[in-house]
Design a protein around this ligand. Structure first.
Ligand code: ARG
Ligand code: ZN
Length: 880
């Protein structure tokens, strides 16, 4: 077959400093829904070591006027072709002026300048990361060109009463014919990807904030009028994030205003534009009636994430897009630290590791595998991945762990001191952290360059005569596309040893003089290494990789009893959960092979005992009672049958529910249901989480009773968490009460798009062959549209990426439907189409029938005419 992708890749090794940079840009923008005119005035600086002509990026711009140093250019003095404007005669200090026309309402890609909502009521906004600015004006659209911005917006006052751009406000006023203007000056030089504007009818809530260093800041959150009351939680989260960054990193905010805007039409989660963050409404709006506890936490995390970018991303930006994880991995890490400080640290760690395993491990194990710092790409928007974000954060965490809290802070201080106002690299980051601590961190660069999840093999041997415990660690990383050979990486392993009563033992590591304490980090930095612990009086159980100290797959031949011991006694909440997950894996494998299982019994017994312990945090208990997901089980198998995995995971949970017993489940459910309310404190959230889990388990052993309780819970729920939990049980079980509840929900939230998304999602997750017909029916709901990314994801993303037994039908109809819709979506919004297509990752490991069907569907998609570079890169890579 023909290769779908014809564009040539960009390589990290080809990086060259820009030939031209731009000292200042003055933009004057006449806004209109159908057409907007953008006048720009660039002061150019030439790179003395280059003689290349001036070349600027520009995509889909209608050029109306162009002049250089005050004289209009003759048509022979410039060329605009294939996204590049080349201009003759520019010198150092030249001023280039252009005027272009763009068409916001016709822009369905949600990149560049576009319209959110309807022509009558919607508003205009921009998304420029990674390469959207070139859709607005001609510019060297690369992150290492830092420029000072002056932006003047002009528009009809009636239609666009609010005019916002990044930077500080610098005047506004009236114009003839009912028009008005507003100017913004950003004192901090920034790359084009951080430019933003917003214009329309918006309401706001605001608050004054004084930074630790005395700066006065106005914090303003903007949204459409009907949801402005749902912005208060985000405003609180913003203030808390700002305080936290002052305290944890000594970082203050640096403009007079901080604007945040919510939109329902957004490709990603949110965007850290300097002084004007723009959010997918899903990550900004929150109210008890329509948001779950998880969604509240997500709002808090994303608000923090975007705010933290002001230093890790904006003040210090990336030299090129290969360095994307420099800002994203680091900012995810900072966001995770903040969330851990604000909520429960071990629950947060469980959540993060579960996410990593569900999203990043499969990516790293399949045809889309790429290093945290890729060496090449075709379409940069395809590299906003779990690897760059989540694995990138794990790498920062590993390094931070190596330096300790004070050492990491010293390193970050030096990083900001050295690189403030610059476009930096991952080498710069590691050097600053290392230099501040006189440690050579360069061995960690290999983690950034090598794709694939390392397998860490651990083997313990006890020598009773010598009272020694020898731990042999070895590592191996399987080949990934384009990387057949792998090197050994430094792997920090945090560990403790337990005796058979579950007591932690003091550690005496041979060769380590000041060895004491009960927890220690050892670093495997070769292929294989032995660590000897002395004065160990009886065979211990090792609790390895505590807190998930490195993003690896641990392979250790634990017996079920050893895992049950850790599950019961490990004081580290994360490793306790982890022991339970490993034990559930063993239990699952033994079910898979079809014989009677000690592991299953050990898992059920240990959890049933913990279930009776009322001292344990209900949220942790809920997580302990949840086995790994279907995707994680599939990840361990060489030939995947998603239907069978679903059935076996159900069996596993059924055994657990049986072992705990209907009476105990019912009693706990009723205890947790007493005076339900919607308070957001951790204890109340924890109770709701456990209540949902108990209801789900009960449904496995007494469906009739559980469904009756769920129907009642649905009706009387004080907030969305309980309501959606109940609806989920009814819908996934296809209970008789489901259709009334669904009809009620559909009507109640008819005008609430975020709540309605959940209505689509919960149905898209019905397991097994029933799902397809449901999807086809939901597509015909008048509220369904492919044009809105949240809606498209709520149906097709949920179906293809979170419902393996529904999507991977043996007859291949799931694949056909998805590829059909991907082709349609691609014509509207290539970024979203490419993202949804990653659901095919892993198809090569499906059992033969499904594998064949997936290949056919993918090949026929690949052969379609006119696919976007985004979608064809993903389909091409997935197929190889
Ligand atoms: N920088 C944004 C963040 O905080 C993500 C924006 C990416 N947008 C895109 N179209 N690739 O994570
Ligand atoms: Zn980010």
């Amino acid at each position: 077959m023909t290769l779908v992708n014809e564009t040539s890749p960009i390589h990290l090794r080809d990086y060259r400093r820009p030939d031209w940079s731009v000292e200042t840009i003055e933009l004057e923008i006449d806004l209109g829904i159908d057409t907007t005119e953008v006048s720009s005035r660039l002061t150019l600086r030439s790179n003395p070591s280059s003689s290349a002509p001036l070349r600027l990026d520009g995509e889909g711009l209608e050029l109306l006027a162009i002049s250089l140093d005050g004289s209009a250019l003759d048509v022979h003095a410039y060329r605009y072709d294939k996204g590049v404007l080349e201009v003759d005669g520019a010198r150092d200090g030249s001023v280039l002026e252009t005027r272009v026309r763009v068409r916001p309402a016709a822009n369905t890609t949600l990149e560049g300048l576009y319209l959110s909502g309807s022509r009558e009521h919607g508003f205009l906004l921009t998304q420029c990361e990674a390469e959207g600015f070139r859709h607005i004006t001609f510019f060297p659209d690369r992150p290492d060109v830092l420029t000072r911005y002056t932006v003047t917006l002009r528009a009809d006052r009636e239609r666009f009463p609010v005019l916002l751009a990044g930077g500080n406000p610098a005047g506004n006023g009236e114009l003839p014919d009912g028009r008005h203007w507003a100017r913004f000056i950003d004192p901090h030089p920034k790359p084009g990807y951080l430019f933003a504007l917003v214009a329309g009818r918006l309401e706001n809530i605001q608050r004054d904030y004084v930074t630790a260093d005395g700066g006065k800041v106005k914090l303003v959150i903007w949204s459409e009028a009907n949801v402005i009351d749902c912005c208060h939680y985000a405003l609180d989260a913003l203030e808390r994030s700002m305080r936290w960054d002052e305290q944890a990193y000594g970082r203050n905010y640096d403009l007079d205003v901080f604007h945040v805007v919510a939109t329902h039409d957004f490709n990603m989660g949110a965007m850290e534009n300097k002084g004007l963050n723009i959010f997918n409404a899903k990550y900004l709006l929150a109210d008890p009636d329509s948001s779950t506890d998880e969604e509240y936490r997500a709002v808090e995390a994303v608000v923090a994430h975007e705010y933290f970018h002001n230093w890790t991303g904006n003040r210090v930006t990336c030299r090129d897009w290969f360095q994307l994880s420099l800002k994203e991995g680091l900012t995810v890490f900072r966001e995770q630290q903040f969330s851990a400080d604000s909520n429960s640290a071990s629950l947060k760690r469980i959540e993060d590791v579960a996410l990593l395993r569900r999203t990043q491990f499969p990516e790293d194990a399949g045809p889309l595998a790429h290093p945290v710092r890729p060496a090449e790409y075709r379409e940069i928007n395809n590299f906003y991945t779990a690897t760059v974000y989540e694995k990138g954060s794990e790498l920062v965490r590993m390094i931070a762990g190596r330096l300790g809290q004070d050492g990491f802070r010293r390193g970050m201080d030096l990083y900001f001191e050295r690189h403030d106002g610059q476009a930096a690299t991952i080498e710069d980051f590691l050097s600053a952290l290392g230099d501040a601590n006189r440690i050579d961190l360069s061995p960690y660069l290999a983690w950034y360059a090598q794709a694939g999840t390392p397998r860490l093999h651990a083997k313990g041997e006890y020598d009773a005569a010598r009272c020694e415990y020898t731990l042999t660690l070895s590592q191996q990383t399987r080949p990934t596309p384009g990387q057949p050979e792998k090197v050994s990486l430094p792997i920090p392993v945090k560990l403790s040893l337990f005796d058979r009563q579950g007591t932690m033992l003091p550690l005496h590591l041979d060769g380590d003089e000041q060895a004491d304490g009960t927890e220690k980090v050892i670093v495997l930095d070769k292929g294989s290494q032995r660590f000897v612990f002395k004065h160990v009086l009886a065979p211990p159980v090792a609790s390895l990789l505590r807190g998930f100290s490195a993003p690896v797959v641990l392979e250790c031949d634990y017996s079920p009893e050893e895992l049950a011991l850790l599950l019961t006694h490990d004081a580290d909440g994360f490793n306790r959960w982890e022991a339970g997950q490993q034990l559930a894996m063993l239990a699952f494998d033994s079910l898979h092979e079809g014989h009677h299982s000690d592991a299953c019994k050990a898992w059920c017994d240990a959890l049933a005992a913990l279930f009776e312990q009322h001292a344990i945090d209900p949220a942790l208990l809920a997580d302990l009672l949840t086995p790994p997901g279907e995707i994680e089980f599939a990840d361990r198998q060489s030939e995947v049958d998603p239907g069978r995995i679903h059935a076996q995971r159900q069996t596993l949970q059924h055994r657990l529910a049986e072992r705990i017993g209907i009476d105990a489940l019912l009693a706990r459910y009723h205890a947790l249901s007493a005076n339900a309310h919607q308070h957001l404190d951790n204890a109340s959230q924890a109770r709701r989480r456990l209540k949902r889990r108990v209801l789900e388990l009960l449904a496995l052993v007494d469906a009739g009773q559980a469904h009756a309780l769920a129907a009642k819970q649905y009706e009387s729920a004080p907030g969305m968490t309980d309501r959606l939990a109940a609806l989920g049980v009814l819908v996934r079980d296809r209970a008789p009460q489901a259709s009334d509840a669904l009809a009620h929900f559909r009507q109640r939230y008819a005008n609430n798009p975020l709540a309605l998304d959940k209505w689509f999602t919960v149905q898209a997750q019905v397991p097994g062959d029933a799902a397809l017909a449901i999807i086809k029916q939901l597509e015909n709901d008048p509220a369904f549209t492919l044009k809105n990314p949240n809606r498209a994801r709520s149906l097709f993303g949920a179906f293809a990426s979170t419902n393996p037994s529904g999507f991977h039908r043996a007859d291949g109809e799931g694949y056909q439907l998805l590829t059909e819709r991907l082709a349609q979506l691609d014509a509207l919004n290539p970024q979203i189409a490419a993202r949804l297509a990653t659901a095919f990752n892993g198809w090569q490991r499906l059992e033969p029938l499904r594998r064949h069907a997936a290949r056919l569907a993918l090949e026929s998609l690949a052969q379609r005419e006119g696919l976007s570079p985004n979608l064809s890169e993903i389909v091409g890579n997935v197929l190889q």
